[in-house]
Design a protein around this ligand. Sequence first.
Ligand SMILES: NC(=O)c1ccc[n+]([C@@H]2O[C@H](COP(=O)([O-])OP(=O)(O)OC[C@H]3O[C@@H](n4cnc5c(N)ncnc54)[C@H](OP(=O)(O)O)[C@@H]3O)[C@@H](O)[C@H]2O)c1
Length: 260
Amino acid sequence: MKALVTGATSGIGKCIAESLHRRGWELVLTGRNEKVLKELQKKFGEGTEIIKAELSERNEVFKVYEFCKDKNIDMLVNNAGYGIFGKFDETDLNDELDMIDVNITALHILTKLFLRDFKKQNSGFILNVASVAGFMTGPLLSSYYASKNYVLRLSLAIAEELRRERSNVTITVLCPGPVNTNFNNRAGVNFSAKPISPEYAAEYALKKLFQGKCLAVPSLTAKACAFGQRFVPHRLLSAITYNVQYAKKTADGKSRAVEK
Ligand SMILES: NC(=O)c1ccc[n+]([C@@H]2O[C@H](COP(=O)([O-])OP(=O)(O)OC[C@H]3O[C@@H](n4cnc5c(N)ncnc54)[C@H](OP(=O)(O)O)[C@@H]3O)[C@@H](O)[C@H]2O)c1
């Protein structure tokens, strides 16, 4: 069995790759950090292939697909993603468009192309990494939350189409709360709640995937947010999320992400 993992160089993606390797899976790993990709290839040994790709570039996304097309991939893990912190009118437009290209467009392209291949063979797993943010509105991290809403809704819609067709292909969407990875550094914020480990997030996601579940929400806090938000009026929910995000600003009272 062989899996393609995006964002495999760090955090949740790296842990998913490690867990799949322990289970005997062969791997195709992608990310931008070639040094880490080569280290992982050496560590996992035979059966591991790497492809460096900048997923904000559409042609690079297609390059990853072309690289994998004839390799009999059984699992696609769309994990690469990041967030940009700040008020919507203050965050950099191009940075944000790149983020949308990674979080949404790359995931959309790979999901469609691999889903078509998986349906032809009537087998295959897709694991899309969204976030508990996918259930909510996220002032101060607005486009990130919106991007994860897209990932969650797209994945659940595909899951229903597959269920109606009684397909053997499955799609699982992982929706964690805070996870202890490089994510916050990149977004320029601190944690305001206790994070879970990326190892736990990865194991939980794969457990749900192999059980054929479409939704994987690790940790009680994330579950409470995901399901509790249904009963909270929109304005109150936005006010709560604003306060949670505001508390993530760095100690000097400014977000590193919006500093120039
Ligand atoms: N950490 C959290 O609190 C949390 C919570 C919920 C959901 N998530 C989601 O979990 C996923 C993984 O994030 P993480 O927490 O593990 O963060 P991370 O440690 O920063 O890992 C992000 C991964 O995405 C890759 N990536 C980022 N930008 C890329 C680009 N332009 N092109 C190609 N690859 C790119 C990175 O690889 P390179 O640096 O090598 O490019 C890295 O492997 C993301 O989708 C994130 O939204 C995280």
